[in-house]
Design a protein around this ligand. Structure first.
Ligand code: DGI
Ligand code: FE
Ligand code: FE
Ligand code: FE
Length: 185
């Protein structure tokens, strides 16, 4: 069981410098949200540090994992490859660092898309990834303000912004993103 510094040391060589710095900001933001909304702090820290573990893996390596591991939904292949690093990373970490904690794996897996029935931990990591201080998305300030009051309202607004952004660009939207939205709206 690795501590914070050991986890950071582990992910560092897998990430580009800017991505590593994003990871540290997500971790600090997630811990603040976890204290406020009552998520397990150790799990929050672990999930946040590891959330983008697979972000810089090749599209082909991620695709092979989706094809080979029965637990991964095949429909991922029909949607944008940006969605793959969460679900695949959560499983890659089983081999890499013997990660077995299902709650941590869930938060890593759904951090990009969201899903139905998100736990408080899932929401904390999802939201921290969206509002960390380095993010400049239009509308992020409104979500940061909501995050001070209400975890669900903040997640809902982040989902609305993302869905609107994807639609404006005529991008596909992964069904789990709508499932998360429908449940919170
Ligand atoms: O990995 P990060 O850059 O920290 O952030 P992320 O894991 O949230 O990935 C973000 C990108 O994924 C974001 O710019 C939008 C894109 N994306 C593509 N298709 C979808 C999607 N996001 C959601 N929520 N749903 C989609 O269907
Ligand atoms: Fe990500
Ligand atoms: Fe995100
Ligand atoms: Fe991220």
């Amino acid at each position: 069981n690795l501590n914070r510094d050991q986890l950071l040391e582990f992910v560092k060589p897998h990430l580009k410098k800017s991505r590593y710095e994003h990871t540290i900001r997500v971790t600090d933001t997630a811990l603040e949200l976890a204290r406020k909304y009552g998520a397990d702090l150790a799990r929050t820290e672990k999930a946040a540090i590891l959330h983008d573990f697979a972000k810089n893996k090749s599209k082909d390596e991620l695709k092979q994992w989706i094809l080979k591991d029965q637990r991964l939904p095949k429909d991922l292949l029909y949607y944008h490859h940006e969605l793959w690093h969460g679900p695949v990373g959560a499983l890659m970490l089983e081999k890499e660092i013997q990660l077995k904690d299902k709650e941590v794996q869930s938060a890593i897996a759904c951090h990009t898309s969201g899903k139905k029935d998100m736990s408080t931990l899932d929401k904390v990591v999802f939201l921290a990834d969206y509002i960390e201080p380095g993010r400049k998305f239009s509308g992020v300030e409104e979500v940061r303000e909501l995050a001070e009051q209400d975890l669900d309202k903040a997640c809902l607004q982040a989902l609305i912004n993302t869905i609107q952004f994807l639609m404006k660009n005529k991008s596909s939207v992964y069904p789990n993103t709508f499932h998360a939205y429908n449940q919170l709206v």
